[in-house]
Write a protein that binds this ligand. Structure first.
Ligand code: NDP
Ligand code: GDP
Length: 323
């Protein structure tokens, strides 16, 4: 029987970490999830599987704790999903965002280089690196033009991953992920804010939804599809970077229309634009070209935009009804 493989996942309590953990458990991996200290139990997204995995305390801002877990586990695969991941917060906390989302990547790569150099490393890069886009659609070769401290930090994480691959011969790769969502998406992100807001209005718990820029366009996919590509990227002969996207774009206005239509309401009656949700610098349009991932990894997203939004509205209605 083949030896059970060990995977270390940072950000296991987040949206992607929870889906990736389920996927790897289904493939019989032994899972080590890195969790930072909090005053509450942060296992909401992994509550059904937490007994089947090892939880390790560490923080991406703390080199000692990262060294300790990498040297004790010696994982076969490391997925670095942890980050300060919300763009607006990155203007309020630019230094923290740099510490976690940028320098945290170097800390983890250093630990891998010293303690588990044969391990395979996945970095969660972001379409936010393309920012004020220089080409449509965006592909692996499109130059970056980040528009927020978050985007700038992700560019650093992306290049330090490539640099460690080229400098030290590590198997270290970056997935340039376009927006991906699910019923487990944080409530502050636009898709979940809209589906949760729709469900609250439908159930009479709210009567309006304040929003920011309705003209922004995004390439939205389903998180469950994207974690499959992350795993595939670590199973290749040669390490390489890939754009992970659907190639389809929608405006925030279309998102509102689709979400409210799912419960037979007209979004125009409930939505108002609130300046508080506008950003100091906006990313107007993100549209990915996933051709390379399709050709080389055989990966293709399965859930389309309408299915995704319907799934999220349904889940929010169910959760709110339960109270
Ligand atoms: P989430 O915000 O849902 O999860 C972020 C995770 O990082 C949480 O588990 C959080 O822990 C953890 N974390 C934050 N700070 C630290 C720290 N200092 N030390 C250790 N852990 C920390 O993000 P997603 O799951 O949506 O995204 C996963 C990754 O993919 C992120 O790096 C994100 O930037 C990137 N990405 C996501 C995209 C998307 O559309 N979802 C698109 C492109 C890139 P806690 O639970 O304690 O807060
Ligand atoms: P991002 O692409 O990582 O910034 O993901 P978000 O889900 O936070 O935002 C996607 C787009 O929706 C951005 O262009 C936002 O400006 C736009 N948007 C419009 N209204 C809102 C809002 O109320 N909240 C958020 N989070 N985004 C909004």
């Amino acid at each position: 029987m083949a030896k059970q493989r060990k995977a270390l996942i940072t950000g296991i309590t987040g949206q992607d970490g929870s889906y990736l953990c389920e996927l790897l458990l289904s493939k019989n991996y032994e899972i080590y999830g890195m969790v930072r200290r909090a005053s509450h139990v942060p296992f909401e997204r992994i509550k059904g599987i937490v007994d089947r995995i090892h939880i390790l305390d560490a923080d991406l801002t703390d080199q000692t704790s990262i060294d300790d877990i990498v040297s004790s586990v010696k994982p076969d695969e490391i997925y670095n999903l942890a980050a300060q991941s919300f763009v607006p917060t990155s203007w309020n906390q630019p230094l923290l965002t740099g510490e976690v989302t940028a320098l945290g990547v170097t800390r983890l790569l250093n630990a891998m280089r010293r303690h588990a150099p044969k391990s395979r490393f996945y970095q969660a890069s972001s379409s936010e690196m393309f920012g004020k886009v220089l080409e449509v659609p965006q592909k692996e070769t499109t130059p970056f033009y980040p528009r927020s401290p978050y985007g700038v930090s992700k560019v650093y994480g992306h290049y330090i991953t490539i640099n460690y691959r080229e400098s030290y011969g590590l198997y270290a790769v970056s997935g340039i992920c376009f927006n991906h969502e699910s019923p487990r998406r944080g409530l502050e992100f636009v898709t979940r804010k809209v589906t949760h807001g729709t469900a609250r209005i439908k159930l009479g718990l709210a009567d309006e939804l304040p929003m920011g820029n309705l003209k922004a366009k995004r390439d939205w996919g389903f998180a469950g599809d994207y974690v499959e590509a992350m795993w595939l990227m670590l199973q290749q002969k040669e390490p390489d970077d890939y754009v992970l996207a659907t190639g389809e774009i929608h405006t925030v206005e279309e998102l509102l229309k689709t979400s409210f239509a799912a419960v037979d309401l007209d979004w125009r009656k409930y939505v108002r634009v609130d300046k508080r949700f506008l950003r100091p610098a906006e990313v107007d349009l993100l549209c990915g070209d996933p051709t390379k991932a399709k050709r080389k990894l055989g990966w293709k997203p399965k859930v389309n935009f309408k299915q995704l939004i319907d799934m999220m509205v349904e889940s929010d209605l169910e959760q709110l009804r339960k109270g």
